[in-house]
Design a protein around this ligand. Structure first.
Ligand code: F6R
Length: 609
């Protein structure tokens, strides 16, 4: 949450920083600001609203410089406002700071700065404390001042700092919040995420926790917590700038929905050898390790958690190992039975989600082996895991996750199949059949995308509904949770998912005219039961939009609308059946006049608890 960008070089900083911020807006978009070293000191402009609002107040050519820092905010302490927006200045106005994260002891520090240093605070943020603290420690060397100040700070932060008296030196620090350094020609950058750097450089340094970096136009020096110089290999980014642009689509979300066949193909084929067997290259977990696990925890948040729910079905069925799926923020605060015979699987698109990362650390402390399913290479979750199973979705910019989810599902199948082979629970014939079927998924998904207009029509019919329920059985119930989350987060409709068999135990009381039920009916073995559940809803005047497999004619007789996915086995259906739900959520959001890429109150990478 919050995006930060810093630039130091010989060119104009303003456009480079604004350009970078636009590529980080998915991290937060309630206010934005920029500070530039103008030659006469530091000048700050900041404003509530998106980057376009900030752009309106920085048009004058005189407002520029060769060094600067920028920020796009997702509010934690203090409402979105001009004053609470970053950058923040120290009392004298000669040091500017942008911050992503939370300073846990900010009240204590604020009190100390007010009492001992007579500081008057302007904003309600925890971040302003950092600027004053660094100001209080400053004796002519901004690197030293930052080092002293960070020793007093507790919490999670990525900060970027500049001082008017040192106009060619940027300092950045990373502690439990992401930060990357971009190496340009005669210039250097720092940013919360790689897309911000892509138009200017593909050569980056991935900073480790507790590292401080000093950037000048020609040099990048990284220091560890003890102040020792660290050498780091340059990481070459392989995606190009188009991957982080809309390429003619109205929204990133729609583009990313359409990128799913490609992401799934990449994720699958990178794990298949020339004989069509699953290979776990780069993963040190052996067959013996797998046979020794007596329990697997899959732990994640939001959409990634929903991928874990499908993973449970698949791994238990194929590998015969008990799997528990947990929400990361809950796992951390209960007493999970974890030991050396536990495999802990973390699923995370960003690899920076604090709850997931902390749950992983907890499991590791208790002796579990950690395997993560991650999209962002080099992210914290990836680095702290014993093994990483990458999804090859490419950068996901839209806040609502789509292609990361389906590629996470693909990883769940591959893991389940691999483990099933090792434990001997899965027969060779079945193993081969499923791999062959997985190869057909990208084409089947393309067929669904070709029927996008049908979903648009269904969205037009229902977009004004205010109450929507998603129901399903088996893996369809897991997909229902994901469909419901997708709809509520971008349309703001009150939507709710429940296992269809559970309806009669209470929730059916809510059925009345005008309530829409989205009934997932893709599981052949549970199809008739779903048809009965649908009839129970119709008998109480609820409306039905059903998703079924081609050939499921019965449901069409009852539902108001039915969307068919291609015929496939029950096991792989989730990877296909979620797609009409993603498109439905997208079109409903657009029809209700929302910005599907930037839903209110949300941000992409959730680095707060
Ligand atoms: C919803 C969504 C979130 C994320 C969740 C975990 O569309 O994107 O629910 O899935 O915040 O994020 P990652 O996967 O980055 O750990």
């Amino acid at each position: 949450m919050c995006g930060i960008v810093g630039y130091v070089g010989k060119e104009k900083a303003k456009t480079r920083i604004i350009d970078g911020l636009k590529r980080l807006e998915y991290r937060g978009y309630d206010s934005a600001g920029i500070a530039l070293a103008t030659g006469e000191g530091i000048e700050v402009r900041k404003r509530v609203g998106g980057i376009e609002k900030l752009e309106e107040i920085i048009t004058d050519a005189g407002f520029d410089g060769e060094m600067g820092i920028g920020h796009t905010r997702w509010a934690t302490h203090g409402a979105p406002s001009d004053i609470n927006a970053h950058p923040h200045l120290n009392e004298k106005g000669d040091i500017a700071v942008v911050h992503n994260g939370i300073i846990e002891n900010y009240l204590e520090l604020r009190e100390w700065l007010a009492d001992e240093k007579n500081i008057t605070f302007r904003s309600e943020t925890d971040s302003e404390v950092i600027a004053h603290l660094i100001g209080a420690c400053y004796e002519g060397d901004i690197y030293e001042a930052v080092r002293k100040a960070t020793k007093k700070m507790r919490g999670a932060y990525a900060i970027c700092v500049m001082a008017a008296a040192e106009p060619d030196k940027l300092i950045a620090v990373r502690k439990d919040a992401p930060l990357v350094v971009g190496c340009g020609d005669g210039c250097n950058f720092v940013a919360s995420d790689i897309p911000a750097l892509l138009p200017y450089t593909k050569e980056v340094y991935l900073l480790e926790n507790n590292e401080t970096v000093v950037l000048t136009p020609d040099d990048v020096c990284i220091y560890d917590d003890g102040g020792n110089r660290v050498t780091r290999d340059v990481f070459h980014v392989t995606w190009d700038v188009d991957a982080a642009e809309k390429e003619g689509y109205e929204h990133f979300m729609l583009k990313e929905i359409h990128e799913q066949p490609k992401g799934l193909w990449e994720t699958l084929t990178r794990r298949l050898d020339e004989n069509g067997d699953i290979k776990l290259d780069g993963i040190s977990m052996t067959g013996e390790d797998i046979r020794n696990f007596d329990k697997i925890y899959i732990v994640a948040c939001g959409t990634a958690y929903h991928a874990g729910l499908v993973g449970k079905y698949i791994i238990e069925k194929y590998a015969g190992i008990t799997v528990e799926v947990d929400i990361a923020s809950e796992f951390r605060y209960r007493y999970p039975l974890v030991d050396e015979r536990t495999l802990f699987i973390a699923i995370s698109q960003s690899g920076e989600t604090t709850d997931t990362l902390e749950a992983l650390r907890e499991a590791k402390r208790k002796g579990a082996r950690v395997l993560s399913v991650v999209n962002v290479v080099g992210s914290s979750v990836a680095r702290e895991s014993d093994d990483v199973f990458y999804t090859w979705a490419g950068p996901e910019i839209a806040v609502a996750s789509t292609k990361a989810y389906t590629t996470q599902l693909m990883c769940m199948y591959l893991l389940g199949l691999y483990m099933g082979k090792q434990t001997g629970v899965l027969e060779e014939k079945k193993y081969r059949e499923i791999i062959e079927e997985l190869k057909t998924i990208p084409d089947m998904l393309t067929e669904i995308l070709e029927k996008e207009n049908d979903i648009k029509g269904i969205a037009r019919r229902f977009y004004r509904r205010e109450k929507v329920f998603f129901i399903g059985r088996g893996t369809d119930s897991a997909v229902s949770y994901e469909g419901s989350l997708k709809l509520k987060e971008i349309s703001y409709i009150n939507s709710f998912a429940i296992a269809a068999g559970e309806l009669k135990h209470g929730t059916i009381a809510l059925v009345e005219p005008g309530v829409l039920f989205i009934a997932m009916c893709t599981q052949d073995r549970l199809y008739e039961k779903m048809v009965s559940n649908v009839q129970e809803i119709i008998a109480r005047s609820g409306e039905i939009f059903a998703v079924a497999k081609e050939g499921g004619e019965e449901i069409k007789k009852h539902a108001d609308n039915t969307f068919y996915i291609p015929r496939c086995s029950d096991d792989v259906a989730p990877i296909l059946s979620v797609v009409p739900l993603q498109l439905f959520a997208y079109y409903v959001s657009v029809m209700r006049g929302n910005d599907a890429d930037k839903p209110r109150n949300l941000a992409k990478s959730v680095t707060v608890e």
